[in-house]
Ligand binder design. Structure first.
Ligand SMILES: *[C@@H]1O[C@H](CO)[C@@H](O)[C@H](O)[C@H]1NC(C)=O
Ligand SMILES: *[C@@H]1O[C@H](CO)[C@@H](O)[C@H](O)[C@H]1NC(C)=O
Ligand SMILES: *[C@@H]1O[C@H](CO)[C@@H](O)[C@H](O)[C@H]1NC(C)=O
Ligand SMILES: *[C@@H]1O[C@H](CO)[C@@H](O)[C@H](O)[C@H]1NC(C)=O
Ligand SMILES: *[C@@H]1O[C@H](CO)[C@@H](O)[C@H](O)[C@H]1NC(C)=O
Ligand SMILES: *[C@@H]1O[C@H](CO)[C@@H](O)[C@H](O)[C@H]1NC(C)=O
Length: 659
């Protein structure tokens, strides 16, 4: 008897932890989720994945793993899941990185990167089949690194951010009216269905506005065999990463079922989405206040002058063509407040393009750097703004991100994400012992190379930087090198007449042909990058007017060392090198990039391959016919430009006159 009871008890115990095979959350109030990063459940029951004030990766897991197969040899069960999400860009049309529904063997993503990796992978494990991660991404950024098709797509990611399949976001309405686009970042509530059929290995992903029934035709239907991806037990959840952009990623409801159709969400009981704080709303608000104020102050002369002064202070230029850039436009008033009236206290620096101020945007507390560029030509402004903003749509981890702009009479304000460390030149020069060791420098060099390669070859149009130099390289919180000011030099091109062609760039970084023709191309950028390499490796400025004559021009001096067969003498002697061949390679590559013959210079793609060691550096042979060529070329300009050698531009006549 006792034994029977015991047996029953044992049987019962064996059977007791009945495996969970489904769940439904209509709103997440009190839900059993494991949250990390910036993920929180709000009082209304919204699952909010990103915290816009912090740049982090976030995950929200269903707390326990689910069994997807009996053992590794057996097939992966069919499953189905549906969720409602909303991406609300509160400030601009530029969004964060989107959301992924993912499946993984573990809840530990501490090694994963945020940003474009969405908190799922890192540079070292992206693409590795031992990740066992499957994700459906709702991606709102076009990242050429991962071959993204556009800035608004749905993709299937297997162990990699490089999607195995992806399609622009949209749906086939059930009324048969044909494909309709959907914007993921519209702030609209959208529903997603993910269905996997285990026996035939088919994955369907369907998207639709929340109000509409599930479309019969999926957005994406793809043969997908998850046998090699899924382990027996897998966790599942949502991942997102925040950005300097004011974007909130929300999940409103979620259901899942193994071997069957996930329970439909009760849409009427889902929490509502916080509405996007549109620029328009704030504008009308501002206009109303202004009108009220105007009425009020009309009565008093003092009041009137105050109002006029205020109007002038905050006046901006807004033309019809700018309407389409509305969301990327910042109000001058906000920028004025953010920087405390562009006070000197927050002055980060003064570059060739103008002053840069640090600021904290009202409402969002987002830290930004505001660059005030003065310009006189109205001509070409439209093209320039279009170009600058189209660049702002793309992101690369080695470029300083542009967030938006504002225009005033004679002034263009560009708003960038704030970089906590100063520019590279400030770290490189004037510190003894040096602040950056060789490994840090080498990494920054590779960062800048990949940023420049992106501008030259990976973005849909070729973007010339035209002013590559250490002071245009900023360092982020992790000391990654990020190239700033790209494309800005274009401003000086538009509307310029041929006679007044200006050589854009910085003395010491100008390629010989550039000083003659004034025509920039990829090869002139590569030349400047070569000087930058020499600069970082030697810890010397490209022009050192105080140095002994043969050392004034860095390129000539390194070339001199190379001719003597002692190129390593040009390396920064204050550093210790665990791998001296690295610095030698960088110096030789620098010379290669500084070849006087543009065609002899490598492309940025080759440069990146050399730096990564994927391709050995070819033997350098000098095309410089006589010694001190660069000194000669810079000579006259040097006299005229002294003492400011970092002048942003020199007019063509100044450089070539008298030759
Ligand atoms: C973001 O996180 C910080 C620190 O955890 C917190 O103080 C802040 O309130 C959060 N912001 C939002 C919008 O949730
Ligand atoms: C994939 O990851 C595993 C485990 O982390 C590692 O041992 C392996 O070398 C990686 N493979 C590649 C190609 O990086
Ligand atoms: C959908 O968007 C794509 C690209 O964004 C565009 O080419 C296409 O014309 C759009 N289709 C519709 C029906 O609006
Ligand atoms: C999936 O792949 C496994 C081996 O990797 C294979 O045994 C299985 O038949 C495949 N399933 C389908 C549906 O193709
Ligand atoms: C996936 O979509 C196809 C049509 O494209 C359909 O025939 C199939 O039944 C769907 N599978 C599931 C599991 O819904
Ligand atoms: C859906 O939610 C509403 C409001 O919470 C509730 O009144 C209704 O009974 C729910 N419907 C179902 C089918 O559960």
């Amino acid at each position: 008897m006792l034994i029977r009871v015991l047996l029953l008890f044992l049987l019962f115990r064996e059977a007791a932890p009945e495996e969970q095979t489904e769940f439904t959350f209509n709103g997440f109030r009190g839900a059993q989720l494991t949250l990390d990063g910036g993920a929180t459940i709000t009082g209304e029951g919204l699952l909010r994945l990103t915290n816009t004030t912090k740049k982090i990766k976030s995950h929200a897991f269903f707390s326990t793993p689910l069994r997807f197969r009996q053992s590794l040899g057996t097939r992966v069960s069919s499953f189905s899941s549906t969720f409602v999400f909303g991406i609300v860009p509160e400030f601009t049309d530029l969004s964060g990185h989107g959301i992924a529904l993912f499946f993984s063997p573990s809840k530990d993503f501490s090694g994963a990167l945020g940003n474009q990796y969405m908190g799922l992978f890192s540079t070292s494990n992206n693409g590795n089949s031992s990740n066992h991660v499957f994700a459906v991404e709702l991606d709102t950024i076009q990242n050429p690194e991962f071959g993204d098709i556009d800035t608004n797509h749905v993709g299937i990611d297997i162990n990699s951010m490089r999607s195995s399949r992806s399609v622009p976001a949209g749906y086939y309405p059930s009324d048969g009216s044909g494909f309709k686009n959907l914007s993921l970042i519209s702030g609209q509530r959208l529903q997603v269905w993910v269905e996997y059929e285990g026996d035939i290995g088919q994955l369907n992903v369907t998207l639709a506005p929340m109000e509409e029934p599930k479309p019969r035709v999926p957005l994406l239907s793809s043969p997908t065999n998850l046998s090699d991806v899924f382990l027996e037990q897998m966790f599942m959840g949502f991942a997102s990463s925040s950005d300097p952009f004011q974007t909130s990623h929300y999940i409103l409801g979620w259901s899942f079922k193994m071997n069957g159709e996930a329970q439909a969400l009760n849409l009427s009981s889902l929490p509502s989405l916080p509405q996007r704080e549109t620029r328009k709303a704030t504008k009308t608000w501002f206009i109303w206040i202004s009108i009220a104020l105007a009425l009020f102050v009309l009565g008093t002369v003092a009041g009137t002058t105050w109002f006029v002064r205020r109007k002038i202070r905050f006046s901006e230029l807004l033309e019809d063509w700018e309407v389409e850039y509305g969301p990327s436009r910042f109000a001058y008033k906000d920028l004025f407040m953010a920087t405390e009236g562009f006070s000197d206290k927050g002055l980060l620096g003064t570059g060739g393009f103008g002053k840069v101020h640090r600021g904290v945007l009202p409402n969002s507390n987002l830290e930004v750097a505001v660059k005030r560029v003065s310009h006189d030509s109205k001509q070409g402004m439209k093209e320039f703004v279009a170009e600058i903003l189209s660049m702002g749509r793309l992101r690369h981890r080695n470029l300083v991100q542009l967030l938006g702009y504002c225009r005033r009479r004679g002034e263009l304000l560009l708003v960038y994400e704030f970089m906590p460390h100063s520019s590279l030149d400030k770290m490189l020069f004037g510190h003894n012992p040096p602040k950056l060791d060789w490994n840090q420098r080498f990494r920054i060099i590779k960062d800048v190379a990949s940023g420049l390669l992106y501008l030259h070859e990976e973005w849909e149009q070729v973007v010339l930087h035209r002013d590559v130099k250490a002071s245009n390289v900023l360092l982020d919180g992790d000391l990654n090198g990020r190239l700033g000011d790209f494309g800005l030099a274009r401003l000086y091109d538009h509307g310029a007449t041929p006679q007044t062609t200006r050589v854009v760039g910085t003395m010491g970084y100008l390629a010989p042909e550039l000083t003659k023709s004034g025509k920039a191309d990829k090869a002139t950028d590569v030349f400047a990058f070569g000087v930058f390499l020499l600069e970082v490796a030697s810890g010397r400025r490209p022009l050192e007017p105080q140095a002994p004559e043969e050392e004034v021009v860095l390129v000539d001096w390194v070339l001199e060392c190379w001719k003597r067969g002692a190129i390593v003498e040009a390396a920064d002697q204050r550093l210790s090198y665990t791998a001296p061949e690295e610095v030698e390679m960088v110096l030789r590559l620098g010379l290669l990039c500084c070849d006087p013959m543009p065609t002899a210079r490598p492309s940025m793609r080759q440069v990146v391959q050399f730096l990564k060691g994927e391709v050995p550096l070819p033997e350098f042979t000098s095309n410089y016919l006589n010694d001190g060529v660069m000194s000669l070329i810079y000579n006259e300009a040097l006299d005229d430009q002294a003492p400011s050698f970092t002048a942003f531009s020199a007019s063509r006549s100044l450089l070539s006159g008298g030759r």
